[in-house]
Write a protein that binds this ligand. Sequence first.
Ligand SMILES: Cc1cc2nc3c(=O)[nH]c(=O)nc-3n(C[C@H](O)[C@H](O)[C@H](O)COP(=O)(O)OP(=O)(O)OC[C@H]3O[C@@H](n4cnc5c(N)ncnc54)[C@H](O)[C@@H]3O)c2cc1C
Length: 384
Amino acid sequence: MHYRAPLADIQFILNDVLHAPAQLLALPCFAEADAELVQQVLEEAGKFVTNEVAPLQEVGDTIGCTFDAGRVTTPPGFKEAYQAFWQAGWPALACAPQDGGQGLPAVLEAVLFEMLSGANHGWTMAPGLLHGAYECIKHHGSEALKAEYLEKVATGEWLATMCLTEPHAGSDLGLVRTKAQPRADGSYRVSGTKIFISGGEHDLTGNIVHLVLARLPDAPAGPKGLSLFLAPKLLPDGMRNAVHCERIEEKMGLHGSPTCVMRFDEATAWMIGEPHRGLGAMFVMMNAARLHVGLQGIGLLEAAWQKADTYSKERRQMRAPKAKMSSAPDLISEHPAMRRILSTQRAWIDGGRVLAYRTAIDSTCSNTTPTPSAATPRNAGAAW
Ligand SMILES: Cc1cc2nc3c(=O)[nH]c(=O)nc-3n(C[C@H](O)[C@H](O)[C@H](O)COP(=O)(O)OP(=O)(O)OC[C@H]3O[C@@H](n4cnc5c(N)ncnc54)[C@H](O)[C@@H]3O)c2cc1C
């Protein structure tokens, strides 16, 4: 069975537990986002996830991504689903309208990515990094970089990567050795090897925007000597940059996501932000990725619960204790021990949703003035 978008449960948390419409529709930036529009967005998201992305889960993991001489091919159907995804505007849901986005509340993006992760974790790894890359370029990129890359990343026309990890530098990014040599024209030559790079190479989009942590020649040792660079797969003149995929890493149960070893061979790059302050800029992307990993957890819990719940309502074993004992075996969902397990799963899912959606709502409210309490709630009684 495929994952089904659990819209009614999600709407219960948004409307009845968190009162999201009353809080968010009061903000001037969402003046256009009335309850009906948001409801429509949620319904369409649910349909896309259930009908387009969930059916690709099995082929994603059984066939997986394949590697041939530096090229990565994603599983059958992945590319078509991704093209439909970005062309329908889903990656740009919560990006600013001036950057090509739809300007809707971030909590809707959280709902979308929770459902996508539950439906097909491997496929969802590709767009999962986009919003963080968008925020990082928006807040730290030069005007020239923004003009070239911001809208393509906001809309998802081009996918992005986060190139931090090296063979000897995992949690301890202060050990990063990748080097960046300045050129006279203001660009840099980046050289080094990065491992575990999600979406490092693939056929989903025409270009890939790599955000890379590297060290300038005069950099101090440790994390305070890291700078951040943007190195695209294809340069603005259409030429191939010196960024090479060496292989796909093996990961259990996530074969639909190409996690790559990437070699930068004096690749052309441009600095994002200031010299030696790259880690701070990168944290904009890393923090978005961390929140995304939280949503993956909730999506996967829901996917597991859907399977367990369905099975428990089909499988009959032994007699369940009740006032009138059955003569035939009962469904295992009627056994108290099973009911406890299934209810515990549901509690984890609902608790996770409250935490994740609350975080998205609060971060929107704290980044927007006036605060909801100072504004007159519009559509206060409306439900999504
Ligand atoms: C699915 C997947 C996708 C990934 N995608 C990307 C990506 O897109 N880009 C990228 O750059 N990287 C990516 N990574 C790499 C990921 O960021 C690293 O795995 C992570 O930083 C940890 O590094 P490590 O695996 O080398 O573990 P290590 O740093 O070697 O740690 C090993 C263990 O020691 C523990 N440990 C380390 N230091 C401490 C400490 N100070 N105190 C207590 N415990 C400690 C860790 O928690 C861990 O359990 C990905 C990894 C996975 C699994």
